[in-house]
Design a protein around this ligand. Structure first.
Ligand SMILES: *Cc1c(COP(=O)(O)O)cnc(C)c1O
Length: 374
């Protein structure tokens, strides 16, 4: 018997990837960073591969190493490295590693020599996000260092890549400017003798809406999990995560009863309160106090009072609700509120809602067979 659970539909992950795969001639890198956006990195990765992804993408070296330890031997790109990491372990594991600076290219040369293996490198150009990546001013120096290291046999430049600012806003001029800057960066790379097999810039939004940005490889993350990067459009994606819990207790209370810490909610009349055992330690944002939607006994309710660490309370009026009934916080739209509904009331994005539901306290239950080997 479960008290609270996060259910993950692996077949939905597979189908979401297959849908994007069918929409492009590029290869698909399923992004599984952040513990698969809260869905579990390894099962999500396997389901995505079953859907036709040929690459996996992660932020950190450790995430990449964890994929290898689990026996996943497909190409994996890990892209966010502070100086001084054990990059040789990544090289030895055959991970593709991103470099945005001369310093990192040099570290990768050292790592390659230590691992006695050519390092597979993706050079990152900052085309406007001003996050990771070499600025256009720094780009030639990075290319020069990389070209030399490649000639020496220490590295192989497998990719040149960048990341969008505004792909989730259809037709935003920044996207066009970034595509032009990316094309310029690729042309400069050519002049240094670098013509990578993989040029890539498209996240989920660009994968779904900008075929002209697909190049050789697309890098969808959120869409893999069935959530849309673009408000009001679903693209036929199926949300993979459902968060729910069984009511722990119900009680009748009189009118005027204050509910939960600080009594920020008062009952209007005699009513039934239902206690749902999920709280902010489990991923429910505290900002959803008096706002978060929950489906219970066939109706959509709103959290009454503050979200606590372990629990929330619903005011269900005179509806028939008993301890043990299932309350659904979010999931596919036919089952109640969605992660998008939660994002809206909390003032965040669906990405953060699902990624927060990765607490070890709530068991993740996997449905479906995609990527499951017996
Ligand atoms: C997270 C991330 C992605 C995936 O972005 P989505 O918007 O989830 O598709 C792709 N590339 C990079 C560099 C990222 O950090």
């Amino acid at each position: 018997m479960w008290q609270a659970e996060v259910r993950i539909d692996l077949d939905a992950i597979r189908d979401n990837v297959a849908l994007m795969r069918a929409g492009t001639s590029a290869e698909v890198m399923a992004v599984v960073k952040g513990d698969g956006y809260g869905h579990g990195m390894l099962p999500s990765a396997r389901a995505a591969l079953a859907g036709g992804a040929t690459w996996l993408g992660v932020a950190t070296l450790d995430e990449g190493l964890a994929l290898r330890r689990a026996g996943l031997d497909v190409p994996v790109l890990a892209w966010l490295h502070s100086p001084g990491l054990a990059l040789h372990e990544g090289v030895a594991a055959g991970l593709d590693l991103s470099a945005s600076s001369v310093q990192l290219v040099e570290e990768l040369v050292t790592a390659a020599r230590r691992a006695e293996r050519t390092a597979r490198v993706h050079l990152k150009l900052d085309t406007g996000l001003a996050r990771a990546g070499a600025t256009p001013a720094e780009w030639p120096a990075v290319l020069e260092a990389a070209a030399k290291a490649q000639a020496d046999g220490d590295i192989e430049v497998v990719g040149v890549w960048s990341h969008f600012v505004y792909a989730d806003v259809l037709g935003h001029e920044t996207t066009d400017r970034q595509l032009a800057a990316f094309a310029d960066g690729l042309a400069v790379a050519e002049r240094f003798g670098i013509s990578p097999r993989y040029r890539h810039i498209a996240n989920s939004a660009a994968t779904l809406t900008r075929p002209d940005a697909h190049y050789d490889l697309v890098r969808p993350g959120i869409a893999v999990y069935g959530l849309s990067p673009i408000e009001g459009e679903t693209f036929g994606l199926r949300p993979a995560m459902t968060a729910r819990a069984r009511v722990a207790q119900t009680k009748r209370v009189p009118a005027g009863q204050g509910v939960s810490y600080g009594h920020t909610y008062f009952t209007e009349r005699e009513t039934t309160l239902a206690l749902v055992p999920l709280g902010y330690a489990d991923g429910v944002p505290r900002a959803a106090s008096n706002a978060g939607p929950v489906q219970l006994a066939g109706k959509r309710r709103t959290i009454a009072g503050r979200v606590c660490m372990d629990q929330i309370v619903l005011d269900v009026g005179d509806d028939q609700v008993s301890a043990g009934d299932v309350a659904t916080l979010f999931g596919p739209s036919d089952q109640g509120p969605t992660a998008d509904d939660w994002a809206e009331v909390v003032g965040t994005i669906n990405y953060e809602i699902v990624t927060r539901f990765g607490s070890p306290r709530v068991p993740r239950i996997y449905d479906g067979t995609a990527g499951v080997t017996s």
